[in-house]
Ligand binder design. Structure first.
Ligand SMILES: NC(=O)c1ccc[n+]([C@@H]2O[C@H](COP(=O)([O-])OP(=O)(O)OC[C@H]3O[C@@H](n4cnc5c(N)ncnc54)[C@H](OP(=O)(O)O)[C@@H]3O)[C@@H](O)[C@H]2O)c1
Length: 319
């Protein structure tokens, strides 16, 4: 397993992280425990979750239940200190007017709730889940600074922010002597490369850590879906996750077929190939794998240190 520094910090994180968005949703606690064990055994030291992750994500009114955090909290008893535990705040945790967003009231309440569900007294990386245009950044950063000063949070990060929003936040932190975001969590994969326009150059320039989510395009880059065929039983598309449908289309089937030919040449499975492409992009600190089976973790861990030459990178970029 390869370890990278998280942005401009002294914290070392594995270049693969375990994503847990589906724990307590369609992955039950027993299977979640097996996946966590496999991840830690393989050398993965980052677990990414959110207060929001759990069953309520699929309801018409999307809200968090904390189920993923609860499962992780129980699983990490006795080995918490070895893990870089990352969670998030900001998405709805109920229907109340103050039960979402990045106000001081909501952040301070949610941090306590997350600590209690995670059965720990500190969070390594506390991330704001998305930009909140209704709350002044000063207020959000003050709340996060309070948590760091109280010893409840070690580092802070943002997610789904545009480059200008990260820069504005970090400028405020500097001017107001508040704690600063050290990382950005963003979508990036072979079928979704928008991050290359602004975000990635920004992260490289400012040494902001980049945690990549949906590195396999929610499963589309695994080759398990085929044009005109039924969705495989137990897959996300069959389970009804709505967000995967942004990727399932004919153009992407054609691209995946081309990537599969190259993967075969290198004797790699398609998910290994797609993940490895991410790990060979210069700004990437870690790719957050959404494993739903132990095999997904072992497949990924096997390519953590596969370094690509420029010819291969160019061939893939041409597609
Ligand atoms: N900050 C945010 O807004 C945000 C948004 C999304 C995700 N995230 C984080 O990022 C994590 C990962 O996102 P994601 O779940 O969308 O990631 P992903 O890695 O792109 O997709 C994961 C899916 O790919 C399939 N898969 C993975 N490895 C495989 C293998 N070796 N062979 C066959 N299929 C394989 C599985 O599909 P099946 O289950 O269908 O078999 C799995 O559920 C989440 O858990 C969460 O922690 C954050």
């Amino acid at each position: 397993m390869i370890y990278n520094f998280l942005g401009n910090t002294g914290l070392k994180v594995s270049n693969l992280s375990l994503g847990t968005m589906a724990f307590g949703r369609w992955i039950d606690e027993k299977e979640s425990d097996r996946i966590i064990d496999a991840a830690l055994d393989s050398g993965i030291n980052v677990i990414d979750t959110a207060n929001f992750y759990g069953k309520g994500q699929d309801e018409a009114f999307r809200y968090g239940t904390g189920a993923s955090e609860e499962i992780i909290g129980r699983a990490l008893q006795g080995r918490r200190d070895k893990i870089v535990l990352a969670t998030k705040v900001g998405l709805p945790m109920g229907r109340g007017v103050n039960e979402q967003g990045l106000s001081k009231k909501h952040i301070l309440k949610q941090a306590e709730d997350s600590l209690s569900r995670l059965k720990t007294d500190y969070i390594d990386l506390y991330q704001v889940h998305r930009f909140d245009e209704n709350t002044p950044l000063e207020e959000t950063l003050e709340a996060l600074t309070t948590l760091v000063e109280q010893g409840k949070v070690r580092y802070i990060g943002c997610s789904n922010f545009a480059a200008w929003q990260i820069e504005k936040s970090r400028k405020i932190s500097k001017l107001d002597r508040l704690v600063s975001f050290v990382s950005s969590q963003s979508q990036y994969n072979l079928l979704s490369r928008e991050a290359e326009q602004e975000l990635i150059p920004y992260c490289l320039s400012e040494n902001v850590g980049l945690l990549v989510y949906s590195p396999l395009a929610r499963g589309m880059l695994t080759g398990k879906y085929a044009s005109g065929a039924d969705y495989p039983a137990g897959s996300r598309a069959a389970n009804g996750e709505k967000l995967i449908f942004q990727y399932i289309n004919d153009d992407n089937f054609k691209r995946v077929a081309k990537y599969q030919e190259i993967a075969k040449r290198y004797e790699k499975k398609m998910p290994q190939f797609a993940l490895s492409w991410i790990l060979n992009q210069p700004a990437v600190t870690t790719a957050i794998l959404g494993a739903s089976k132990v095999q997904h973790v072992t497949d990924a861990a096997a390519i953590s240190d596969w370094k690509w030459d420029t010819e291969l990178i160019q061939e893939v970029n041409n597609i």
